[in-house]
Design a protein around this ligand. Structure first.
Ligand code: R5P
Length: 313
């Protein structure tokens, strides 16, 4: 149980995760409803006082991305206008994070726009998990607690047979996290160099490290269409890796045709977390929960205790 001044809210995107976090905190979600007006506008009612409350909106901004984001913004606005003491946005999967720089002329930096929106509505703090790039923290002027699920995923992998395994980063962007995981599991590291041909197609042009005869553990932040993973798997098998590949990712968006692509016989197991809901029955997909991690972060933020101990793998 934490203090009564802590109020937990969620919208319609990740209510199961929000409820699990609340349970870990020995609390219930605050009463209120998040629905839509007939024309599709977001409608929020908060049915208990939040005056002076330490309020946490727990919601990934996953599909439908714009709607989920709008719910977070409108909830924050409602809480601010209802005299909450502090409004914390707990966004386990931060949608738009992959649009964090201009890759081409005249592109927007939408991750920064989202940060601006959250600050404009009065969010005092953001708690998130495995951002696409750590630098996104700098898009905010309010504190960002950037948690990682590597400890959860790595901790589970440690209980499995890791003989002849090698941790593989599917692109340069994941190299640091892959190195952390390799160190944690005391395994060698390899890296693929990926070039994105389109939002759904990728190609691997270079490979660093030895994978022949090994069992790769491919680790990424996000699986969206699984283009990155499936291309990586093809290359690894072509290079002589054993077709007993473990796929690991924090955010399982599983946008079509991801599940089709992940049907490859070369995949032994897929480990993801519940930052994004996945309800389909699939024997090869194991879901590890980040709810205990988020609950600890909320507790520590509330009592002004260190959150950095939760970052470590
Ligand atoms: C990109 O750099 C990310 O880290 C992921 O590799 C990418 O977003 C995954 O997308 P997809 O599954 O569509 O290849």
């Amino acid at each position: 149980m934490i203090g009564e001044s802590v109020k937990l809210f969620c919208g319609t995107a990740t209510p199961t995760l929000a409820n699990a976090v609340a349970t870990h905190l020995g609390q219930k979600l605050a009463s209120g409803t998040v629905s839509r007006f007939p024309d599709g506008e977001t409608r929020i009612t908060i049915e208990e006082s939040v005056r002076g409350g330490d309020c946490y909106i727990i919601q990934s901004t996953c599909a439908p991305v714009n709607h989920s984001l709008m719910e977070v913004l409108v909830l924050a606005d409602a809480l601010r206008r209802a005299s909450a003491w502090r409004v914390n946005a707990v966004i386990p999967y931060f949608g738009y994070a992959r649009q964090d720089k201009k890759g081409q002329a005249r592109e927007p930096i939408t991750a920064k726009l989202v940060a601006n929106l959250l600050e404009t509505v009065g969010v005092d703090r953001v708690i998130t998990v495995d951002l696409h790039a750590g630098q996104i923290q700098g898009f905010f002027d309010v504190p960002v607690d950037h948690l990682t699920a590597l400890g959860i995923l790595g901790g589970h992998l440690k209980t499995t047979d890791l003989a002849d395994s090698v941790v593989v980063s599917p692109d340069v962007g994941r190299a640091t996290e892959a190195r952390h995981l390799a160190n944690f599991l005391q395994l060698p590291l390899a890296m693929l160099y990926k070039r994105r041909a389109s939002p759904t197609e990728t190609e691997v042009t270079h490979v660093i490290g030895d994978v022949a005869g090994m069992r790769p553990i491919l680790i990424d932040d996000v699986i969206s269409t699984a283009g990155t993973m499936s291309r990586g798997i093809e290359v690894l098998v072509d290079l002589g890796a054993k077709p007993e590949i473990t796929v690991v990712a924090t955010h399982a968006l599983f946008t079509p045709p991801a599940l089709e692509r992940l049907r490859s016989d070369a995949i032994k197991q897929i480990y993801v977390t519940d930052t994004v809901p996945f309800h389909e029955k699939n024997d090869r997909v194991a879901i590890l929960s980040v709810a205990p991690l988020l609950a600890k972060a909320i507790r520590n933020v509330h009592v002004h205790a260190s959150v950095s101990s939760l970052f470590a793998t």
